[in-house]
Design a protein around this ligand. Sequence first.
Ligand SMILES: [Fe+2]
Ligand SMILES: [Fe+2]
Length: 161
Amino acid sequence: MGTKGREIIKVDIEKLVKMLNKALSDEWLATYQYWIGAKIAVGNERASITSEFSLHAKEEQAHADLIVERIIQLGGTPILSPHDWKTISPITYRRPKFFNVKELLKQNIAGEQGAIEDYQNILDYTAGKDHATYIMVGGILQDEIHHEDELEAMLEDVLAS
Ligand SMILES: [Fe+2]
Ligand SMILES: [Fe+2]
């Protein structure tokens, strides 16, 4: 990263890179969770979740893209092996046990809630101290809040039907 760009950051960059690498790992696991969910879903509501999950998978991957760019700007090294995803984020990915829409929605809601907490922590850590990361993460958090809201509404519909 440029000299001035680094100079203005008032947080421990190593700690921040660690937090961002955890987020990066979460995003890849979320991408896969949505992507595989869209493929394996069964039940009457399959069509509606297939399109929604496929879209979310793309959006999570776009988040991974933003995060990796910021890690590199900060002079850090992004996670280099998928083997490390589960070590860094042991509880993010939930192996689907049942392929029905209700279970898949519940799993992904739990994933979104974990992401919301992690991004809130990064915002608390960078507020007033690293504006570039703060603004980027704020945008991602808005997407995750939107994802959680959509999935909860879909679950409500499934439960009511
Ligand atoms: Fe995401
Ligand atoms: Fe999300």
